[in-house]
Design a protein around this ligand. Sequence first.
Ligand SMILES: [Ca+2]
Ligand SMILES: [Ca+2]
Ligand SMILES: [Ca+2]
Ligand SMILES: [Ca+2]
Length: 586
Amino acid sequence: MTLRRRLFVAVAALGVAVVGVSSASGAGAAGATSVSGSLGATGAGWKVMLVSPRGKATVALADASGSFTIPSSRTTGKRSTLHLVEPNGQYFGPVVLAKEKVGSKWCAKTQLSGVNTNIGAVSVDAAGGFAAPAKWTTVKKTQFMRNGVLADAKGRPLGAGRAGIGKMSATQKKACVATKVGAKSVDAFDGEPSAAEQPGADLDADGLVNALDADDDGDTTIDAVDQTTTASAAMNPWVQVRTRNNAFNAAVTPTLSQADINSVLGTLNGSQSNFTIVFFVENPLLVGSYEREAVKNSVAWAYVDCGALVYCGGSTPTAYADRANNPTQLAANWNTYSGGLIVERGSTTDASITATGVNPDGTKGNGLTANIRNNNPQMGTNVFWVAQMFPNQGANTLANVKPGDVYTLRYGLTGGGESSVTMMLNPYALTVPSIKSINGAPYVAGTPVKAADGKLTIEFYRPQRLAVDGEDGSFRDIAGLQYGLIVSQQNANDAGCGGAAYSDATGFNVTTSNDQGAMLSPIRDKATTDEAPGTSTLKFTVDLTKCAQANWSSLPATFSVSLLGAGETLTGGYNRATLEGITISK
Ligand SMILES: [Ca+2]
Ligand SMILES: [Ca+2]
Ligand SMILES: [Ca+2]
Ligand SMILES: [Ca+2]
């Protein structure tokens, strides 16, 4: 599959020099600062996470009295935002520092200025999905940045309490950029992607930073399928779900229960997983430079810190992960894997690559494998950090593995020091497309389908994601997915039919690109709004003889295909929901 490939010039030093002499007494060298406050006793066990514009996460645990202190620095702290993570590892929402009335509107201030700051007592608005100082005047105007985000009278940013999914108009996005109170910002942090697309920036000004926002640009299209936010969502983990169960869909099975879902997502079939969460991170995004030769050895190791998430964190994590970038061989306890190195493209090695990918601290586990696309014509010699993880939670899968789960990718720099970036499990398709009929006859899973003239007309229901807070019911059909018939070949990679094989696809935009990803899923659902599951279906006709031309010399007597619903291409791949095991005979 194709990766975004971008060639950017090296970026100048990312840290912005602090002008003037540091006068912070007792703050130590390099402008050390801290951010402190108290959530009260009910906040014991919650985590307060300081997220820098570039996504660097510094996490503090609230103690038994709910007090927290986050070590920071002037450079890291400037324009950083604060976020609460619940004791179970789920993202809760942003901490608003102050609010300002501008005309008839309220603007919430979420960015710290970088100086020492004590927020004092913090009130958590459970229903609103945000927190704020108990006294609005506690945080001084020198302690937060002037830029704000539109809020209600309570100071609640518009993205809070709904996972960031919701329309933000151009006017709303700009409503609070010209406020008067707060530290003035004249510098912009630099780098690629653009400043607003960094993981810790807030592209749609809804109060949730990109890494913790399921809809980065505020157009209601979730990141998983949005074509315009692949840069800001580049570090999102993506998810693969697959089954042969045609009833694994909430439109077809309105009673689809947690137990039904857990039976598909919770167990391994042999060494194969129906449910894989994939971390796939491009080295340059970690070091802020696209100068490949300069950065290929710059990251020594990387692992995912899962905090209290019971499947990959806590005291007895269950997750398996591959050690060979092979999702069909998920058999190793991830918490005992310290990383490794894989060079793609056969035996060709690159002696200039000196990193081993192994974390010398073997107690950390949850390692990512350094994956070198050695001399791949498309990829050059870039380095990626990859882990394919199966949560292995059985009957507890849905209870314990949820969109909103927060991960911290921690990585060591070859030149010394460590850094981190925050990530979140985003809404994804947890059911698969369900076929209503083929060539006009109801589809019965397991029964071979005749395609006498080589053509199949398939009518199907969209797969669903879980509804988020603020949405009715349990599920939402996912709009805007790209679909395609995957032709299974023994001992070979997936093969698709290409856009030219599809016809009568009125509900879709069809691409005839030869791009490998587009070949697999060349027809994109024109719908753009996720609706409650109902009777709405999609329909297309595919000419299997054209798949044959692409993949076989002639059509076999009997063969098996899958129906794929794919999200937008992110780094290394995309969210996939696949109905497998559709048997076709001539
Ligand atoms: Ca948003
Ligand atoms: Ca946002
Ligand atoms: Ca996002
Ligand atoms: Ca969007």
